[in-house]
Design a protein. Structure first.
Length: 399
């Protein structure tokens, strides 16, 4: 680690922190991938054909020869996937309904008519429980065919969001500074994706909730988790995505980890996202530190920390309402480190070099000199490195 600003001789403390605001919620996670497709016409498992008012199989006549293809009957979701019906030759339009009862007396969500047989149901706001769906098609401007068989699916309980998050609107900013050689050249960066970033560093209570471990050197539920490697931070992000029914952003493992920046799941911010958020995004006041030109107003650092971490959110927030981006603990970000990267990085959505030996760290720590807490400052270490000055905060893409 480029510890130019760090003194790693701080004392330890075991002061107990307050309980966090974590909601005690049931976590029921179920497979979120689309179930396998059923063969066409697999009307072998309609929902409760004995139920009163259930009309049984639809009258199948072209172009009403249609059936749900995915999700198959009984599928469980913690978020709603795309629904797909069988494709019907000559069909000009398809329709879909979702109901809480298999007789479809109350329609909870409907796509009355569209050309595609792939239905985007992401706008359906369904509570946890059992649901039913069916579809139909129409040839040209003629009559609608009959409704398909009814298939069931269920929505799992979702974990109430574990992290407080701050919305960061996409935009353009000047990244870097003239202070240090690896912060040059100052260059224009455009981020094209809105994203959410954790308002606070991940706390020890949050880490324990997801990972079941207590790795930190300092102890306190509301203190930032530290002594976690980059690999472990990535693991946390994927694990939390699974718990909350989001698409995991990472695949692969070790140094072969690949990120999908378009996935909805948690991930480490890119270095550019981190700096943009630290600078206050579109609301930037142009400060040296995240939210102020006075380091002690926004950061726990060498001169005021008492050689220890502090509860997150106990200094002033930055322009966007994000805390501790300067100081408290260094934060792992996604990018590989390359001191010359800024001279060749793309102007849009830079995500770091393709390979490297070190991952970037940002923001300085309780053990850092003020200069390391600057929003433009860059540091790095090997991704397996653990230290009581290093933690992280996740981000995720909004779409
Ligand atoms: Ca920090």
């Amino acid at each position: 680690m480029k510890r130019s600003g760090d003194r790693l001789s701080g004392g330890r403390t075991t002061r107990a922190g307050a309980l966090t605001r974590l909601a005690a919620v049931a976590v029921l996670w179920v497979a979120s991938a689309l179930p396998g497709c059923r063969p066409w016409g697999a009307f072998d498992n309609p929902v409760d054909p004995e139920a009163e008012n259930y009309q049984g199989f639809p009258t199948v006549a072209d172009p009403s020869e249609i059936s749900p293809v995915a999700p198959a009957d009984g599928a469980e979701f913690s978020f709603l996937p795309t629904f797909v019906s069988s494709a019907v030759e000559n069909a000009a339009a398809y329709g879909l309904q979702i109901s809480g009862d298999p007789q479809f007396q109350n329609i909870a969500f409907e796509i009355a008519e569209q050309e595609s047989n792939t239905f985007d149901v992401s706008g359906a706001d369904l509570s946890a429980g059992e649901w039913y769906w069916r579809c139909r098609s129409r040839a040209g401007t003629g009559e609608w065919g009959g409704w398909s068989a009814v298939w069931s699916f269920s929505i799992a309980e979702r974990l109430v969001g574990l992290l407080d998050e701050t919305y960061v609107t996409a935009g353009t900013f000047q990244m870097g500074s003239t202070t240090s050689s690896d912060e040059q050249p100052v260059h224009t960066v455009t981020l094209t994706r809105d994203f959410l970033i954790a308002t606070y560093e991940v706390t020890q209570a949050q880490w324990r909730e997801v990972m079941g471990t207590s790795p930190s050197s300092f102890s306190g539920d509301n203190r930032p988790v530290e002594s976690v490697s980059w690999y472990e931070a990535v693991e946390f992000c994927n694990a939390l995505s699974v718990l909350e029914g989001l698409e995991p952003a990472y695949s692969g493992s070790g140094d072969g980890v690949v990120v999908d920046l378009d996935a909805t799941g948690y991930r480490l911010p890119t270095e550019a996202e981190w700096e943009y958020a630290a600078r206050g995004g579109n609301a930037s006041g142009g400060y040296t530190y995240s939210g102020s030109d006075t380091v002690g107003a926004v950061a726990w650092y060498l001169d005021n920390s008492g050689s220890q971490t502090h509860d997150v959110g106990t200094k002033a927030a930055n322009e966007l309402g994000i805390y501790d981006m300067s100081g408290n603990v260094w934060e792992w970000v996604w990018d590989w480190y390359d001191s010359g990267y800024y001279g060749a990085s793309p102007g849009s959505d830079p995500a770091g070099p393709a390979t490297g030996s070190y991952r970037v760290l940002r923001g300085g720590s309780w053990s850092s000199y003020a200069t390391s807490c600057r929003v433009a400052n860059r540091s790095y270490d090997t991704p397996s490195f653990r230290n009581y000055v290093i933690g992280f905060r996740p981000a995720r893409t909004v779409r």
